[in-house]
Design a protein around this ligand. Structure first.
Ligand code: NDP
Length: 321
């Protein structure tokens, strides 16, 4: 039987490429000198796309692939794939939920503690020899004690973060588009109201048009000068300029960020600030978890061709078969 053709949008983990190479004819989009000529040459044969991290699959690309049936995203966030267009055209989009949930929640708690207790700053202090020269690191103004956390996006990862904060005995409330009757936390239909009532905001909503600049100057001002903002969702969900201004003017106390508007570019205003913690989008980035994500990314393609349906289709996808 003729082998099926898969388009890969960027470099992926060895375990993914090895498995795809063994089962399919794989075409590497990012290696094409002339993308138009490349797509003209192989576009008619492509039935699946394996979407590498930080790469885009828009309608213009999918339109060039008339035989396309499945777009398999490596990652749970699929804001760089036009899933609505794919759904309308009978193309499945799949992502890699659940297998990364606990890892990202672990990272979020690490980032939260680093930010609240100024752990990176205090480590820099020690490394510069200042402990010996100038005495103990100053007491931190913030603490998790007596503080309330508002989670923006109480989904799979949001709930795993909440479970950890429960164990830390920190009160939790949440904001999303819908109230969830089965959770023990208070719900705020308006984000600005929640920001006013909490000390720490943890954002873990998807990117895309619906959430663009959800956290703006108004929300940051409602959080206030003792407030701390943590973002592990997507850079696009916060107005980054407004965040920088609020941090500069001390209209919020500090921020812990794993995601940025134009990754891997991080504004120099942020890198020069002492009172922020900045991570290079490492939420799920362990060998253990990335291997599980890679496997699910492959399984979605293979299972689609075996059964007509991927393992973990996204909500916009047509439920065929
Ligand atoms: P889920 O779909 O389980 O949860 C998403 C949550 O966001 C839901 O509770 C949803 O609630 C809420 N939400 C969606 N749209 C809006 C909106 N417009 N306004 C307010 N709330 C909204 O996803 P996961 O928890 O699995 O993942 C969440 C996101 O985390 C991913 O999409 C990705 O962007 C990010 N992520 C980041 C990682 C990192 O390395 N930093 C790693 C993995 C994921 P409701 O429907 O009620 O609005």
């Amino acid at each position: 039987m003729a082998r099926r053709h898969v388009l890969m949008t960027g470099p992926m983990m060895r375990t993914v490429t090895d498995q795809l190479d063994a089962a399919f004819d794989v075409h590497k989009l990012w290696e094409a000198d002339d993308r138009e000529a490349f797509l003209g040459d192989i576009g008619d044969r492509i039935e699946a796309i394996a979407v590498a991290p930080h790469t885009t699959v828009d309608s213009a690309l999918m339109e060039r692939l008339p035989g396309l049936k499945i777009v398999s995203v490596f990652g749970v966030g699929y804001d760089k794939v036009d899933a609505a267009w794919a759904g309308q055209h009978g193309i499945y989009v799949s992502n890699t939920p659940d297998v990364l949930t606990e890892e990202v929640a672990d990272t979020t708690l690490g980032l939260l503690l680093m930010t609240v207790r100024q752990l990176s700053e205090s480590e820099r202090y020690l490394r510069k020899g200042l402990w010996e020269k100038e005495g103990p690191f100053p007491l931190t103004r913030a603490s998790l004690r007596d503080r309330r956390v508002g989670i923006i996006g109480l989904g799979r990862i949001g709930k795993a973060i909440a479970r950890r904060l429960d164990a830390f005995r920190v009160p939790i409330v949440y904001h999303g588009r819908n109230e969830q009757p089965d959770v023990p936390y208070g719900y705020y239909p308006r984000l600005v109201d929640m920001a006013r009532d909490v000390d720490i905001l943890v954002a873990v909503v998807p990117g895309g048009d619906d959430t663009a600049h959800l956290i703006d100057a108004e929300v940051l001002d409602a959080l206030g000068p003792d407030g701390i903002f943590i973002n592990v969702g997507r850079g696009s969900i916060v107005d980054e300029d407004a965040l920088i201004t609020a941090l500069k003017d001390r209209r919020i106390m500090s921020a812990g960020l794993d995601v940025f508007a134009h990754e891997p570019k991080v504004p120099v205003e942020l890198t020069e600030m002492e009172h922020v913690v900045l991570l290079p989008h490492v939420g799920s980035a362990s060998v253990h978890t990335r291997a599980r994500m890679g496997q699910l990314c492959v399984d979605n393609i293979v299972t689609y061709f075996e059964t007509g349906k991927p393992v973990t289709p996204v909500a916009e996808t047509p439920l065929r078969g």
